[in-house]
Design a protein around this ligand. Structure first.
Ligand SMILES: [Zn+2]
Length: 216
């Protein structure tokens, strides 16, 4: 089974995709991680991607698709896999379907983790980072032992500009806008999940809706 994950920043999409891949014992394919690996290895794609990303542009769809195809052709993906980070719009979704068809495969299910704007704000804006060692905290979910001080090195914590409310709201709105067409495109394969629940409940709901929990 090939499963795609969609969800706004703060929806817990990456975590859930990884948990499901673990549960199914199939590979977890994160296009973001794969691109970062390519950059690290200074491969042909990596060098190209690095130059593009440094200019704040997106790596062309074709390059990402080819990277996915190469990965999917490997033996461990025969039974299926879970993909995170791609597609982000309906053109990419069409390109992904075409690529899978060429491999004699298909995207079977699309899990969409929906969260209201308040949840996106709470989860993203609560993040704090240590100025010194970059350790991550969350004022509600994983607070430091002492207010605003790093547990590891006792230095001050700060809120990244990316996690400020105004930025989070803007990113959330852009995400909804981009996702409309994607949700329409995937209509027949889409499973909508309430992403506002605790991690374990979300995982269970996903497995139930995919009918994976039956008989276990
Ligand atoms: Zn620290």
């Amino acid at each position: 089974m090939i499963i795609v994950f969609l969800g706004a920043p703060g929806s817990g999409k990456g975590t859930q995709a990884l948990m499901l891949a673990d549960y199914l014992k199939t590979p977890f394919i994160s296009t973001g991680d794969m691109l970062r690996d390519q950059v690290k290895q200074s491969s042909v794609l990596g060098l190209k991607a690095k130059a593009i990303m440094e200019q704040g542009e997106l790596v062309p769809d074709n390059d990402v698709i080819n990277m996915i195809k190469e990965r999917v052709a490997q033996k461990d993906c025969t039974k299926g896999f879970v993909i995170d980070g791609f597609p982000r719009n309906s053109n990419q979704a069409k390109a992904l379907d075409k690529a899978m068809m060429e491999l004699g495969r298909e995207v079977n299910k699309v899990v969409y983790l929906e969260i209201p704007q308040e949840v996106a704000i709470e989860r993203n804006c609560g993040r704090r980072v240590c100025k010194n060692c970059r350790a991550n905290y969350h004022i509600k979910y994983s607070p430091p032992k002492t207010d605003n001080k790093c547990d590891l090195c006792d230095q001050e914590l700060y809120q990244r500009d990316d996690d400020k409310q105004e930025t989070v709201v803007k990113r959330y709105q852009i995400y909804l806008e981009q996702t409309k067409n994607l949700v329409d495109y995937y209509q027949d394969r889409l499973i909508s999940i309430n992403g506002g629940l605790p991690i374990e409940s979300i995982g269970q709901n996903i497995r139930e809706k995919l009918k994976l929990a039956v008989g276990r």
